[in-house]
Write a protein that binds this ligand. Sequence first.
Ligand code: AMP
Length: 429
Amino acid sequence: MDFLQTVRGMRDLLPDEARVLRFIEKKARHIAELYGYEEVITPVIEHYELLAAKIGEENRKRMYVFEDLGGRKVALRPEFTASIARLVATKMASSPKPIRLFSIGSLYRYDEPQLGRYREFWQANYELIGSNKPEADAEVISLTVDFLNCVGVRNHTLKINHIGILRGILEREGVSEDGQNALMQRLDKKDLSGAMIIAEEHGVSKGGLETLKDLFSIRGNDREEVTRRIGETLKDYPEAKEALRNLDEIIDLVRDGGVDAKFYFEASFARGLEYYTGIIFEVYVPELDIAVGGGGRYDNLIGIFGGGDVPAVGVALGVDRLMLAMKRQGVDAPKEQRIKALIIPVNEENISNAFKISVMLRRYNIPAEVEVMRRGLSRALSDASRRNITHVIIVGSKEISEGKVVLKNMERGIQEAIKIEDLPNKIGS
Ligand code: AMP
């Protein structure tokens, strides 16, 4: 009975996992509020052409595409950015800038399932729209770092590069946009020699090939050294140099601002998504070899969708991978120690009284459950301690005849007979 298994790449989240996911979601919303990002909710299904426009060849192949009953070619969203760019281009084009937007939800990619890679996954996504200034990029980096700290993930590193460096070289060398994108796809796969072959095929000069080769070997934590070495390789490429200066400015802002970001610079780093024009980054933790988040600047996408010249920068944090990182680092979502009452009728005559008391307590906002398994008192009590019940209300005929019940405080281990109308005050205090 194969249909009783979840579909390959799809998962059920059981209560403990769902709790962690919702904890991350809560933190995501907190960060959105702290930075002034307003939530928007876009559809899971969009036109195929919209999603396919700039997503990159690899991701395009992995989209869930189908024809709806009206004959439209549609797809499940594999990312948020295309939907946000569409929304801004069509409905917010004349809104005052900047626009700060937050989204959270599930995305779909026909990836090969493995640890941390699923066909349905969640992202918290932030887009800062309307500014091409380095302080906008710095804000998105600061937000990313605050988010990670806020969920308790430690030792995170931001792998960072500026796609304008590469595009600056390739542009000067006359490589078409398609050629540039094909080369980036190879780099995204860490296939440096494949990238060099594409460069050669697209007519990059001998000097250009040398520059690329030198550039691809530059990586490391030492910012001054990396910047100096990249700078040296870019003598003949003014646009690429300008991009490096932009990267430098952004890093300066982040550093001087006291953001707790640890960078790893990698000049051969590219991302699969084709719309990036400026900085690009991915977030890593030592416990996972896949990125827990990624982002960058995309200044042309909104324009491609007819929204005019509107620059933007954004980041997406992978909720599922953050859950894994938390687990690996031994970080648990705090279980809220809230009051939880269990009402136990000691015999069948008191079932209705127990039910009535539960209705009354919930009106006072006190979480209340009735013992519905008709267990005996001692079994019901041991079940209550297993489930972290804070207050047990025992409903017996003798006490009921006096308008009372027995209230047992499970933490303190004390019990007393009290009037039913005094329960909310007593439990709430
Ligand atoms: P991307 O949109 O490719 O930049 O992805 C941003 C983040 O989404 C990644 O860093 C991951 O954390 C997460 N992500 C992407 N693809 C998957 C997947 N198949 N399963 C789980 N998380 C994913």
